[in-house]
Design a protein around this ligand. Structure first.
Ligand code: EPZ
Length: 423
């Protein structure tokens, strides 16, 4: 395994480029590989381990995928392989995205039941409910989800769960509905930027989806979908992470390749905390002209404050004056980074779904461990602000969703070394 050795206390200055969105490219690649009848080309594809893992899953199903200069050339499946095996699905929950497309395309699917992870149990009941509404027979046994159907038939449904809309269930059912017979209406649909990008891609393939960007999607089934060319949207969470990194180091950084409307809730909260964001046509310039102020943050589905920015915001607010309150309403167990931040000198206390962040005047480096993608990211961010050395182990979590994060941050003044870990 590898770790990051971070010497903190340096200001970030300069320009940093945002890569393509992980959470957009994953379902889009599935749609291209399973639903399409001809080759698709995806541009602005981030070089992430999650993309490599998904490519392996799709190649196991018979697709062929070539990466060249930041683009993926995807030749769709051409045989009746319909099983996504445990040893790949366990590495990445997003493999569940093949379930709906396989049932729509082949009439059957066998997908390993995705495990939970550090941020909660991560159920898939809404995915299954949606596919059953479309006429699939679904059974869970021996750690696998078995689904089959003569043909999918459009239906009206409400996919909202107890924690609000589901990004994954919306993606899965929307993809399946594109090839169903008749019209599907999904109420309570997720409308995150990556869901909208997936819907735009499906329409470019010949699907007929209306209501993109709203919580009600109407999908009129078509007979077939053709390959197409598409440039993946930029990653709003990577952008937000870089903005926080610039702010926490009192830097002066231009984060390039992001539009304000992709992260308006994050932008609003950061401004409220005292970060100066000067938006321009290709991105945003980040400075922190004043002492950060404590604020309240509550995570919610889009357009609310994204749960995937909760940890990063907590890192920043650990240096704000006063006490901030962060409420996590999307995932059931997404405070695992609190203990690690407190090891770096933060003063954060948990009260159920709320974290009370008592601002401290400085952080001090310590050995810490990444437990999931965004918890790992905040440890890098906090380590850059902390005095002395911070060592972040298990950085494979970070590589899942951040392309060469240390190279990008070192190019604007960070001091992060990637070293092999004897662990
Ligand atoms: C996607 O996960 C993202 N992953 C997550 O980002 C993100 O945190 C999440 O959406 C919320 O925005 C990808 O896009 C690959 P959900 P997903 O279904 O689809 C509950 C990252 O850091 N739920 O929207 O799994 C669920 O337990 C990752 O990039 C059900 O109850 O999330 C959660 O509480 C981490 N039943 C809530 O809904 C279901 O069938 C939202 O989950 C499905 C979900």
């Amino acid at each position: 395994m590898q770790k990051f050795v971070i010497n903190g206390g340096t200001r970030l200055e300069g320009k940093i480029q945002v890569s393509g969105s992980k959470n957009a490219v994953l379902p889009i690649a599935v749609a291209a590989a399973i639903l399409g009848d001809s080759v698709s080309v995806l541009h602005n594809v981030p070089n992430l381990t999650d993309v490599q893992t998904l490519s392996a899953v799709l190649e196991g199903l018979g697709a062929s995928i070539t990466r060249k200069n930041g683009s993926l050339y995807i030749e769709p499946i051409n045989r009746m392989e319909y099983e996504a095996p445990y040893d790949l699905v366990r590495k990445m929950r997003a493999s569940i995205y093949v379930l709906g497309p396989l049932v729509a395309k082949l009439g059957r699917a066998k997908v390993s039941f995705p495990g939970g992870c550090a941020i909660g149990p991560r159920p898939v009941d809404l995915h299954i409910k949606g596919l059953e509404h479309l006429g699939a027979q679904v059974e869970v046994k021996r750690g696998y989800i078995f689904a089959q159907t003569e043909r999918l038939v459009g239906a009206k449904m409400n996919l909202i769960g107890q924690h609000g809309p589901s990004v994954g269930a919306t993606a899965n059912v929307m993809m399946a509905a594109t090839l169903a017979e008749g019209t599907t209406v999904i109420k309570g649909a997720a409308c995150e930027p990556h869901i909208n990008d997936l819907a735009q891609f499906l329409n470019a393939m010949g699907a007929d989806i209306e209501g993109i960007g709203t919580s009600t999607l109407t999908i009129r089934g078509v007979k077939q979908l053709r390959g197409t060319e598409h440039s993946v949207i930029s990653d709003d969470i990577e952008a937000g992470t870089f903005i926080v990194a610039a702010a926490i180091t009192n830097g002066d950084v231009s984060v390039e390749g992001i539009a304000k409307q992709q992260i308006s809730a994050v932008s609003e909260r950061l401004t409220q905390a005292g970060v100066q964001l000067d938006w321009h046509d290709t991105g945003v310039r980040v400075t922190t002209p004043q002492q950060l102020k404590s604020i309240e943050v509550t995570t919610a589905p889009f357009p609310g404050f994204p749960t995937d920015m909760q940890a990063q915001m907590m890192g920043l607010l650990s240096l704000a004056s006063g006490t901030s309150t962060i409420t996590e309403n999307v995932h059931t167990d997404r405070f695992i980074h609190v203990a690690e931040l407190n090891r770096i000198g933060a003063d954060i206390r948990l009260e159920g779904r709320k974290a009370k962040v008592h601002g401290v005047s400085s952080l001090s480096g310590a050995p810490v461990m990444a437990s999931d993608l965004r918890a790992g990211a905040v440890l890098v961010v906090a380590g850059m602000a902390a005095a002395g050395e911070t060592v972040v182990s298990r950085i494979y979590h970070i590589d899942r969703g951040y392309e060469a994060i240390e190279k990008k941050l070192n190019s604007i003044g960070a001091d992060i070394q990637r070293v092999n870990d004897s662990e």
